[in-house]
Design a protein around this ligand. Structure first.
Ligand code: SF4
Length: 107
């Protein structure tokens, strides 16, 4: 292999490596998006990341033991920090969170 061939091989190897790295990055599944409290649907349902931050005047029946991770619609398990929720498609809600659609998880 002469000097020019080695140089060509070297640059082609780098180009192929970069292309493979980019392809594997693109092939990764989308990272789950955490629900924003300011999302219009979240606001409509008074969603909070922390159940203790819920407006007690607006939701007098709410109590701090009601959390996403003990709600029937939470798709994670008790103690999970974040997990999908059946109400907010494609988003994750906080385990200690709450919204006005809270339903006690069946035992
Ligand atoms: Fe949390 Fe349940 Fe409301 Fe979903 S429906 S945000 S799990 S309280």
């Amino acid at each position: 292999m002469n000097k020019l061939d080695r140089r060509t091989f070297f640059f082609q190897a780098i180009a192929v490596g970069s292309a493979l790295t980019s392809a594997s990055t693109l092939a990764q599944p989308n990272q789950p998006v955490k629900l924003d409290e300011n999302d219009p649907q979240a606001k409509a349902l008074s969603y909070k990341h922390d159940t203790k931050a819920v407006d007690k005047q607006k939701h007098p029946k709410h109590d701090d033991t009601q959390r996403c991770d003990n709600c029937q619609l939470f798709q994670g398990k008790a103690g999970d920090e974040w997990a999908p929720c059946a109400i907010f498609a494609g988003k994750q809600v906080a385990g200690p969170g709450w919204c006005s659609a809270w339903i006690k998880k069946a035992a």
